[in-house]
Design a binder for this molecule. Structure first.
Ligand SMILES: [Zn+2]
Length: 134
């Protein structure tokens, strides 16, 4: 899977992660999807309801509103973003969450190492996606 992000999306995500540190930042990503590629067109910053440095939860009302708005814009749900004060790999909590979100991409920013990585659960296996910033 290839995940295409625009530079301004990445800047927005990094900015949010910096603003809310040490709390995990989160966002929902929308755009166009195919089997091989996800093209992000919109980043919706969604506050971490738990205000936690180790886990995140997005207010279900915010999730519903973001889905409705994206649908009106003709965009599909691409995935979830959050930041980690640790390496950009899914935590055990994330792995449980991934099972609930189907084939959504999980984009993780390491606030300690600064790198961004994306993962997708396919057939019970976590696979890393290739991120292209353009
Ligand atoms: Zn996590």
């Amino acid at each position: 899977m290839i995940l295409r992000l625009q530079r301004r999306h990445v800047d927005l995500l990094r900015q949010e992660a910096e603003n809310v540190q040490p709390v995990e930042a989160c966002a929902m990503l929308f755009g166009k999807l195919s089997n091989r590629e996800a093209v992000v067109e919109k980043v919706e910053i969604t506050p971490n309801k738990l205000q936690s440095a180790v886990k995140f939860e997005i207010d279900p009302a915010k999730v519903a509103a973001a889905f409705t708005e994206a649908e009106e814009d003709g965009l599909e749900f691409v995935g979830l973003f959050h930041s980690h004060p640790a390496p950009a790999a899914p935590s055990s909590i994330d792995l449980k969450g991934m099972k609930l979100w189907g084939d959504a991409l999980w984009i993780i920013l390491s606030s300690t190492e600064g790198n961004l990585a994306a993962y997708q659960l396919t057939d019970d296996t976590v696979k890393e996606a290739t991120i292209r910033i353009e």
